[in-house]
Design a protein around this ligand. Sequence first.
Ligand code: HBI
Ligand code: FE
Length: 288
Amino acid sequence: MTHDHLERPAGTAEDWTIPQDWQRYTADEHAMWDTLFERQAAMLPGRVAPEFIAGLDILRMSKPGIPDFAELSERLMAATGWQVVAVPGLVPDEVFFDHLANRRFVAGRFIRTPEQLDYLQEPDIFHDVFGHVPLLANPVFADYMQAYGQGGQRAAGMGAIDKLARLYWYTVEFGLIRSDAGLRLYGAGIVSSYGESRFALDDPSPNRLGFDLKRLMRTKYRIDDYQQNYFVIDSFEQLLEQTLNTDFGPLYEALQTASDIEIETILPTDKVYTRGTQAYARAKESAA
Ligand code: HBI
Ligand code: FE
């Protein structure tokens, strides 16, 4: 999905940033952050990549209340040169890529309401800051995110944003990584979701396939429910190398003529960790 139809809201800077206004958060909003944080912090150890837990420690995100972006950015800047800036919500693709290419992560400043505890469509501050920011303290992943932003700027020029959005979706948002002790979570959309943190690792329903950049960029994804496909990287170094060493020009050319791959398809060339039953998706369809 691309986001270039958006109108820049009043009160935002040229680059779509707004002040976080940390002092304006209410006790209820801090309490909502603590509820979400404690629930994930209790269930992620042993399920999430250790680099994520390391990031929480480096950024001292375990203290109660909504993080203050000024404090968070100071520690993040010292670790990998990244900073966190507030935006009103989704921003146009070229604005998004420009921020990433300059090591600025754009985060929503609003937090979900109790009714939205387990699902909201638009990323809120918990999704963006708890989900995305800890791994930005990891030097290799921090380099990957900047390379992604630079790749996005190139893709924009070649009309290939939808292909690149798939790379973001299946790695940054919903990626799994191998470890000696089994598969681990690292995608922000998973680690910030109570239900999907279990589903993505334990449920027999989704496919779990080995990361392959070109195949992944042809693969459709869904934005409204748990994923039916997860891609597994061997390491963050692999992800960075594949992104840095790929000449996106010829890749985009090749992708122009290659057909999309349906969500549930497993190719003979796929490295298969789980051949999913897709029972979860079937049940949701019949319930619909
Ligand atoms: N804007 N605030 C925000 N956060 C995102 O994750 C985001 C965005 N705009 C575009 C976008 N993501 C994706 O479409 C990119 O992968 C292209
Ligand atoms: Fe996200």
